[in-house]
Design a protein around this ligand. Structure first.
Ligand code: PMP
Length: 389
């Protein structure tokens, strides 16, 4: 049996999305920037995709920029905003201070590190022991020269849902720009760009059963952003390069399906993960759920198995056909403790004993039953010969 429980790393392409994409790979392959009829048709398709996405995310579609994914969107926003508005005079609307939460994805944290090396003033907003960013901390940290606050909508490792609505409202009141990485939100949390007062937002299609290598950045175009890629001037000059039309069409369809079927997916995934966690608690000793017990994405179970290495569990489950992660996929091949688990205060002894199970709409109860059986055997065996203190 093959069981895929790593849906926060990526998801399976929905067949219905693939069907929508196919014509743009084979028959309708014209460049959307070309003037001839094939280009014109595709340019219209592009516009329709933007209009559809704009309606779903509640934003002005002319502020949507197609990218290769959230890594690019996050880099584009943080670097673009900070580098283009670094005037130290706060009265001019500029500033060199940026706040990012301590539990962001590496595409934000590493970008912030680069900005610090360039001389920007970067500070990290701490989280409480359940992994939630506290607005009172942000209120203490903002200064007249604070230009941008970046807080993710849902954490990718422990699934905690962040209060982006209140952070956005506060930022707007203070005249500070607000960015949110909403990659893990779809379809579990409804995205509302206007309601969240977000100036910038990032998404990746492959996290919600869309294709890989395509994403978007919502950009408040009243803010000055110098593009970091020069070229043909696509996407209002903000993101040059031939449009990935099959990917864009796929992303629009995947987003439509995700929210049209939101209730059904949330119900199914919540029931499956509750069942999974109940059985683990009943049948395996010395386990703990990391992060907030209630305020979390229903697809996420980040679990500590005391006294054993998460890495060893992952490898053993993999031999049994089960795919899980020890943290975010991007850091799972580095034997380095998760900065997120550190940020929520896990003890040193416990930092490497965790497994992230992330469910998706295609998982079944049979798969969960098989995984519980395999996990019990794996944990018992590892605990019998590699007891950690
Ligand atoms: N942000 C978050 C929260 C993520 O989980 C990921 C993917 N792991 C990304 C950004 C980056 O997405 P991509 O790899 O598609 O660029």
């Amino acid at each position: 049996m093959q069981v895929y429980l790593d849906n926060s790393a990526t998801t399976r392409l929905d067949e219905r999305v693939f069907e929508k994409m196919k014509p743009y790979l084979t028959e309708k392959y014209g460049n959307a920037s070309s003037i001839h009829f094939m280009g014109e048709e595709n340019s219209l398709t592009l516009l329709k995709a933007k209009e559809q996405i704009g309606r779903i995310l509640n934003c002005d579609h002319s502020n949507l920029i197609f990218t290769s994914g959230a890594t690019e969107s996050n880099n584009m926003v943080l670097k673009g905003v900070m580098r283009s508005n670094k005037d130290p005079e706060p009265s001019s609307g500029g500033g060199n201070h940026i706040l990012v939460s301590a539990i962001e994805h590496p595409s934000i944290l590493e970008t912030a590190k680069q900005l610090k090396e360039e001389g920007f003033d970067v500070e990290y907003i701490p989280v409480d022991s359940s992994g939630v960013v506290d607005l009172t901390q942000i209120k203490k940290m903002v200064r007249p020269e604070t230009l941008l606050i970046s807080v993710m909508a849902v954490n990718n490792e422990i699934g905690t849902i962040q209060p982006v609505e209140t952070i956005g409202a506060f930022a707007r009141k203070k005249g500070i720009l607000f960015h949110t990485d909403a990659v893990q939100a779809v379809p579990y949390k409804t995205i509302d760009i206007r309601g969240w007062n977000a100036d910038f937002l990032s998404l990746s299609a492959h996290k919600f059963n869309g294709p890989k290598g395509v994403g978007l950045a919502y950009i408040n175009r009243r803010v000055k952003i110098r593009p970091f890629m020069a070229g043909g001037g696509q996407e209002y000059g903000l993101r040059s390069g031939t449009h990935n039309l099959p990917g864009i069409v796929g992303m629009a369809e995947a987003l439509r399906l995700a929210y049209e079927e939101q209730d059904e997916i949330v119900k199914k995934v919540s029931e499956l993960s509750a069942y999974f966690w109940k059985r683990i608690q009943e049948e395996i000793e010395d386990v703990q759920l990391n992060g907030d017990l209630k305020n979390r994405n229903p697809n996420n179970l980040n679990i500590m198995f005391r006294r054993i290495e998460g890495e060893a569990i992952l490898m053993d489950l993999s031999t049994k056909g089960i795919c899980v992660s020890t943290g975010s996929a991007c850091s799972s091949n580095k034997l380095q403790a998760s900065n997120i688990l550190k940020a929520i205060g896990l003890k040193d002894n416990d930092l490497n004993s965790n497994i992230r199970f992330t469910l998706g709409k295609f998982n079944t109860k049979e798969e969960i039953d098989y995984t519980v059986g395999a996990l019990k055997e794996t944990v018992a065996r590892l605990r019998s010969f590699t007891p950690l203190k």
